[in-house]
Design a binder for this molecule. Sequence first.
Ligand code: S3P
Length: 169
Amino acid sequence: MHRLKKTVVMIGMMGSGKTAVGTALARALGVPFIDSDHEIERASTLSIPEIFERHGEPFFRDREAEVIARLLDGEPGILSTGGGAFMSERNRQTISERGVALWIRADAELLWTRVRHKDTRPLLRTPDPKATLLEFIEKRDPVYALADLVVDAEPGISIEEMAQKSIGV
Ligand code: S3P
């Protein structure tokens, strides 16, 4: 059993592997793993696409900020967040006060191969999802770069190796 002083908050683009690496980290450290999107879905009994459809993105962002603040008040563990969470100054403030941000950095081609066949991301339901993804990457990467820690999602690297490289477990 490991004693983390602060929660490690996984940040990065959709498809970067926050949940997979976060789960491996939590297992290696023997600490709880929580996913903010799952918490939002559980509380609202709706899927993320349904929340976007019925209530809109601003509603989702409010729930996201509440859930992140609440989860960072709990026992330290690994918290995976949705790709847009770190774009909010309010969330960055909460995370810097009570957690450590770990960015899973991945390049556009890798992200695209992972998200192209899935229809679970409402923000990519556009006429040209690849162009949309590239726009998000351009806008978000400089903000993700404010993270405390970074690990590269290199093609071929295993989840365990990434967990190992990220915080040395
Ligand atoms: C979003 C990413 C999704 C989810 C929502 C919005 C984003 O999470 O929170 O669809 O703004 O990038 P993942 O990063 O886990 O796909």
